[in-house]
Design a protein around this ligand. Structure first.
Ligand code: NA7
Length: 546
């Protein structure tokens, strides 16, 4: 399979390649490394001015891992592992971006990337069996294979509130945070949104802000992160045990070092349960979500015991009892939405210069030139921070006009929810492979662990195609139907399917995102990996290869 000159020969203008990759975040970067082995011509196009994806864009104050840093880095290269020391157990964004740059430098990745290239459309040319990809500035490029590495949470959404463009003060979306420092000192700052991002940003902004008003629509169940510096002795231990760390991640449901406890919550005594919850609450990271009793995310009665424990914790940390009640979720149980990990979030509301506006009680009516008006009051601000999240998982695809066979638009095909085979391809879109796509285990994972699996699988597929002289791969409708059904069946048993969240496809800021569907894959990473391996071993069963 070779349709072109080597990638170095074409830099930024129109060119043709065997493979085009969209995105130079954590998945695109690793894909470069693996593509180099295949001897194919390829080019990576990235909207940003440098590598890092999520860590390039999300520079908001307080942005930080919820994964243990030492489980997050790439595992494929001993050299990369040896040459990097994480300074904290849960690294902050600047360090993570430095890590991405370290990898890009060490592997000399940038020579295969064209930056400042936002893709606006990609169309499959059936006669030529090629994809034509078009950029914002009119450049276009052709390739036999198109790999999307565009990230699951990369299309930020502003709130659908009248007047959102009218505000004359400083306004920032957390996912498009400026590269220059932003000061909160002496300023009246509004924050809209209390998801994982809002919780981190609010906690950090509170340290220096003049006055902050938090506009909360739905409170989330937040648990302590318990971050700390890595001391030299621990650093040495981490370096000596990467094999075990990654093996443990590999075997666990979400590729974390935390995996479900084999006991059911209601099979143990109330005292034992309480002691276990207390232990998890006082331990770092996602243990309380991913390492809890095996049934707390499945069985409502089990989940109730944990929610009750968390309720008591919130009440014990927030001094004003009425305010504590506002911060307690009432419409979903613990862990049924993405759990924000926090470092003093609840205590922020004990500060005299912080207010909470519960917008379920007093909805925002409009944003004005000077601030925010609710049904109850008019607030003046110097700055509004939008921590209002993303058009998750399919949003980044929808921003690109993707047309497959017969001119079918991917956006139309997925209008009732995504339909995929293995979260890696959609029928009718031959030769387009979607790293961390919808229905892919990587969307519900300690993501680099699953990214490595995705990229390895795609690389093996391309090698197989090259060896066999195959130039076209397309998932069958039957395989897609069966996988999509399996995705929904595995999600159905989870309580999270009942909650409104980006995982269940609900986003009130985006027209049409009101149909409950499962966007991720809840069968667990080991099961997903097994299925991908089976498919490959059976000669890519469920795909038509020509
Ligand atoms: P999320 O988790 O989608 O949170 C967005 C927050 O913004 C959430 O509290 C929303 O309330 C709130 N929101 C969104 N639109 C509005 C409007 N129109 N008015 C008021 N409040 C609004 O995004 P994050 O960035 O926090 O996290 C995304 C993922 O990134 C996270 O899971 C991590 O994996 C990394 P709602 O809950 O919808 O009522």
């Amino acid at each position: 399979m070779s349709i072109t000159a080597p990638s170095e020969q074409v830099s930024t203008d129109t060119g043709s390649y065997d493979v085009v990759v969209i995105g130079a975040g954590v998945s695109g970067m690793y894909q470069i490394h693996r593509l180099r082995e295949l001897g194919l011509s390829f080019r990576v196009f990235e909207a940003g001015s440098d590598v890092g994806g999520t860590w390039y864009w999300n520079r908001y104050p307080g942005a930080r891992f919820d994964s243990e840093s030492w489980t997050y880095g790439y595992s494929f290269s001993q050299d990369l592992l040896d040459g990097w020391d994480w300074t904290e157990h849960f690294s902050a964004q600047p360090e993570t971006l430095r890590y991405c740059n370290y990898v890009a430098d060490r592997l000399d990745l940038r020579r295969d990337i064209t930056f400042n290239s936002r893709v606006t459309s990609a169309a499959y040319d059936e006669a030529a069996n090629e994809w034509e990809t078009v950029f914002e500035d009119g450049r276009r490029t052709r390739s036999r294979i198109l790999i999307t590495a565009i990230g699951p949470l990369s299309a930020p959404t502003m709130p659908a509130i009248p007047g959102v463009d009218d505000f004359k003060g400083e306004a920032y979306h957390t996912g498009l945070w400026p590269h220059e420092p932003v000061s909160f000192e002496g300023k009246r700052v509004a924050v809209i949104g209390t998801g994982a991002t809002g919780v981190q940003a609010i906690t950090e902004i509170a340290k220096t802000v003049g006055h902050m008003t938090v506009f909360q629509r739905t409170p989330n169940w937040c648990a302590p992160l318990h971050n700390s510096k890595i001391d030299p002795e621990t650093q040495a231990k981490i370096h000596a045990s990467y094999d075990e760390i990654f093996a443990k991640c590999r075997d666990s449901y979400g590729c974390f070092i935390h995996d479900a406890d084999p006991r059911n919550a209601l099979d143990v005594s109330a005292e034992e349960r309480e002691a276990f919850y207390e232990e998890l609450y006082n331990s770092p990271g996602f243990g309380i979500w991913m390492g809890n009793f095996r049934d707390v995310l499945i069985d409502k009665a089990a989940n109730d015991t944990l929610s009750e424990f968390m309720r008591r914790k919130i009440r014990s940390r927030v001094q004003d009892p009425a305010l504590a009640e506002k911060l307690i979720p009432t419409n979903h149980g613990f862990g049924t939405r993405r759990v924000p990990l926090e470092s003093g979030y609840y205590e922020v509301f004990n500060q005299p210069n912080v207010d909470l506006v519960d917008i379920r009680e007093t909805p925002i009516e409009r944003i004005t030139e000077t601030g925010i008006e609710t049904t109850d009051a008019s607030y003046a601000f110097d700055m509004i921070v939008y921590a209002t999240g993303f058009d998750a998982i399919t949003g980044a695809f929808d921003r690109i006009e993707i047309r497959g066979r017969g001119g079918q638009k991917l956006k139309d095909k997925w209008s009732e929810g995504p339909r995929t085979y293995l979260g890696l391809q959609s029928a009718g879109f031959p030769n387009m492979l979607t790293l961390v796509g919808p229905h892919n285990a990587a969307t519900f994972c300690n993501i680099p662990r699953c990214i490595e699996q995705n990229v390895d699988w795609v690389t093996d597929l391309l090698r197989h195609m090259g060896e066999k002289g195959l130039t076209r791969i397309e998932a069958t409708r039957e395989a897609e139907d069966a996988w999509t059904q399996h995705v929904h069946d595995t999600a159905e048993r989870m309580l999270l399917m009942q909650a409104d969240s980006w995982m269940t496809g609900i986003n009130k800021n985006v027209p049409g995102r009101n149909k409950r569907t499962f966007m991720a894959y809840a069968g667990g990473a080991p099961r997903y990996r097994e299925k991908c391996e089976e498919v490959a071993a059976a000669g890519y069963a469920g795909f038509v290869l020509e």
